[in-house]
Write a protein that binds this ligand. Structure first.
Ligand SMILES: Cc1ncc(COP(=O)(O)O)c(C=O)c1O
Length: 359
């Protein structure tokens, strides 16, 4: 069966060469006579896989030695809780930038732990923009400043990250590896894998090691970052399959030429779609131009009935997953790293036809 173009927000498209390699190695990994899922996470074979996954990420993102790279579980949603549980000490305040639904979820968990200051709130403006650094009202001596680098639902993304005195904590679930960035600007970065990294069930955490020492002693062992640092990610059984696929994905990124190259590819794909949306008043793009995401593109049509028709006919044409998030409606194309340029070209072509027939 032919593969369709998959614009789902996550779990999302994976690179075809990765799926093919996984298929090839499925029943007998590295001549072990078993699949990667069936072997010990403490054996030599898996050890080489997890070390390679970490090394690939360190190379792609130039992660310095004083940062730990962890493969945890519980999704980005558990990180919403682990960040404040580990880093928001008693009597301290954490600053949060509220750019959308995912930031709101992080804020909710922060408030369960301690003092939270909303440094900027985009809710009144329907979360259509990323604030300028000068708009943030930051707390002197804050424990950290939390941002969501890309709001998957609204389709907005930081261009430049704010410079902050307090460590920057970032949810990069939906745009990590879409372009290069300076890890040293951050105290902690986390990302659920199911967009640009691999399958769901593995969560990447990159944390400055000294920050992990802030965890209160009474915090449960599994919830402390510092538990997972000494034998990286092997305190308990990790998602071995997820780590293996992540390793293959990072190799695929390398094979394309790394993150500079991916940035070019992603910017080109996004420009193609935004140009189509800007090209006719028939389409109503949601995000403010200066805040547009190159990963999740959101737009509306004249009526909900028309949007429903668009999604239905697109699915029939082999363009899947274009329905906006259930909380906001509308249309959304998630054009992550693994969505090929041909997919975006096919979508733009379909849009032209749709407008001709229904406009
Ligand atoms: C930006 C962002 N943060 C957090 C999450 C939640 O991730 P998880 O389902 O891995 O908990 C998502 C999921 O789509 C997301 O897009």
């Amino acid at each position: 069966m032919a593969r369709i173009f998959n614009f789902q927000a996550g779990p999302a498209a994976l690179p075809l060469p990765v799926l093919e390699k996984a298929k090839e190695e499925m029943t007998d990994y590295a001549a072990a006579g078993m699949s990667i899922m069936e072997m010990s996470h403490r054996g030599k074979t898996f050890d080489a896989v997890i070390k390679a996954a970490e090394a690939n990420l360190r190379r792609l993102l130039s992660i310095p030695d004083d940062y730990a790279v962890l493969f945890l579980q519980g999704g980005a949603s558990l990180q919403f809780a682990m960040v404040p549980l580990n880093l928001l000490g008693a009597g301290k305040t954490a600053d949060y930038v509220n750019t959308g639904s995912w930031a709101e979820k992080a804020i909710k968990e922060g408030k369960l732990v301690g003092n939270v200051n909303i440094a900027w709130d985009g809710k009144g403006d329907k979360f259509m923009k990323i604030p300028a650094e000068s708009e943030l009202r930051l707390t002197p001596g804050a424990a950290y400043v939390h941002i969501t680098s890309n709001e998957t639902i609204g389709g907005i993304q930081y261009g430049a990250y704010p410079k902050t005195e307090a460590p920057l904590a970032a949810d990069m679930s939906s745009d990590i590896l879409c372009r290069p960035f300076d890890v040293k600007r951050f105290g902690i970065i986390y990302a659920g894998a199911q967009k640009n990294l691999g399958p769901s069930g593995v969560t990447l955490v990159i944390i400055r090691k000294d920050l992990a020492e802030r965890a209160p002693e009474k915090l449960s062992t599994m919830l402390k970052y510092k538990t997972h640092i000494p034998e990286p990610s092997l305190y308990n059984t990790p998602n071995t399959w997820g780590v293996y696929i992540l390793k293959l994905v990072t190799e695929w990124v390398d094979s394309l030429g790394g993150l500079d190259k991916l940035r070019q590819i992603n910017e080109k794909k996004a420009a193609l779609l935004y140009d189509a949306l800007d090209g006719s008043p028939y389409w109503k793009p949601c995000a403010r131009k200066d805040s547009r995401s190159i990963m999740n593109v959101t737009w509306r049509l004249g009526s909900e009935a028309l949007e429903e028709k668009f999604v239905k006919e697109a699915t029939k044409a082999g363009l899947d997953g274009l329905k906006g998030h259930r909380s906001v409606g509308g249309l959304r194309a998630s054009i992550y790293n693994a969505v090929p340029a041909e997919g975006v070209q096919a979508l733009v072509q379909f849009m032209k036809e749709f407008e001709r027939k229904n406009g």
